[in-house]
Design a protein around this ligand. Structure first.
Ligand code: SAM
Length: 338
């Protein structure tokens, strides 16, 4: 790729995201199904105009999500299958949420956030991100579903990467609909669990735990992790929580976990760990996530040294950092009381 091609591709990235969004909203992958279909048939089923539909399907083929089998007839490419609902690896809610104005609008003010350090979301929407979700149950449900889909891969990899068998009870702090903890509890039948989150964050958890047959082994505790986390577990797990918050608030969450830890207890953090220096072969997604945290919630992605400093300030010692290659770019960061 030439330098010019690289730049054009980057600038067109926002259009590509909206093209994928339209595919989800129009249920393109469901409507095409298992065998190649003419664009006109897909358009008829979608209640859309055939010519613009052909253009959309061509664009999706150009992006690698469909394949054009002969003129105007399209099949779903392997990556496109991720846009089918109902599959365990489906990313439909993830696509809807991360192309949604609630996430995208603050990005238009990235330069302001860089100039001032302020959270653009709060200025654009007049409130912070999680309060905004709390006022809109439908959007909050979409966010929870997006998190669940984003976490499914980690939930499948985690039980193989960490010995949960030495613990009796695990609390997932900010555990959302319980997708991560369900993966652990299903793999370790001797464990009990607690999902701790706000009442909005937990809204889909009862149904999710019921689907996994975990209603008896997993309780739900609504609360605010800036006030406390539930006592009684010997492992406190948290995925994609600390990156939502600036250092002082992240330390507060960790301090509450530290206060709840029994002797021999552990804190297990799942987050991307940024290298000290950007690697040339890095795909850049963690740095974009870092900027997403800057504009939307005021948090940040962190290096190992940053995590060590957070743990230290919370009375914890970071004892190991283990990359999770099956769930890139996440690592497992284990900490004990100091
Ligand atoms: C980025 S999501 C991560 C969800 C889940 N851990 C995962 O990785 O899929 C952040 C979670 O923190 C929860 N949360 C935000 N503020 C909270 C608070 N003050 N107390 C408890 N949970 C909170 C949200 O409801 C949401 O479920």
């Amino acid at each position: 790729m030439t330098d010019r091609e690289l730049l054009v591709r980057l600038v067109f990235g926002g259009m590509a995201a909206q093209t994928v969004r339209a595919a989800v909203r129009l249920r393109i992958v469901e409507l095409i199904g298992d065998t190649p279909r003419p664009a006109a048939d897909v358009a008829a089923d979608a209640g859309a105009e055939p010519r613009p539909m052909t253009r959309l399907l061509r664009a999706l083929a150009g992006l690698g999500l469909l394949r054009e089998h002969g003129f105007g007839t399209f099949a779903v490419a392997p990556a496109g299958l991720l846009l089918a609902p109902g599959r365990p690896d489906s990313l439909t809610s993830f696509v809807r949420m991360f192309t949604e104005p609630a996430i995208i609008r603050a990005w238009e003010h990235l330069d302001d956030s860089v100039r001032t350090g302020d959270v653009a979301f709060d200025t654009v929407f007049g409130t912070d991100f999680f309060s905004h979700l709390a006022r809109q149950p439908e959007l909050s449900g979409e966010f929870n579903a997006a998190m669940s889909q984003a976490t499914a891969e980690t939930a499948a990899a985690l039980p193989h990467a960490f010995d949960f068998g030495r613990f009796g009870s695990v609390t997932d702090v900010g555990g959302g609909d319980g997708t991560l903890l369900a993966g652990v509890l299903v793999a370790f039948p001797g464990l009990t669990g607690v999902v701790h989150d706000t009442s909005e964050g937990l809204a889909q958890a009862p149904e999710n735990l019921r689907r996994h047959g975990l209603t008896e082994r997993c309780s739900l505790v609504a609360g605010d992790f800036f006030r406390s986390v539930p006592e009684g577990s010997d492992l406190y797990l948290m995925k994609s929580i600390l990156h939502d918050w600036p250092d002082d608030r992240a330390v507060r969450i960790l301090r509450h976990c530290r206060a709840a830890l029994p002797p021999g207890g552990r804190v297990l953090i799942l987050e991307p760990v940024m290298p000290e220096i950007v690697r040339a072969d890095d795909d850049g997604s963690t740095y974009l996530s870092d900027l997403n945290m800057l504009v939307n919630v005021g948090g940040r992605e962190r290096t190992r040294k940053d995590f060590e400093a957070l743990c230290e300030a919370a009375g914890l010692s970071l004892t190991s950092v283990t990359p999770l290659p099956e769930a890139e770019p996440f690592s497992l960061l284990e900490a004990v009381a100091r």
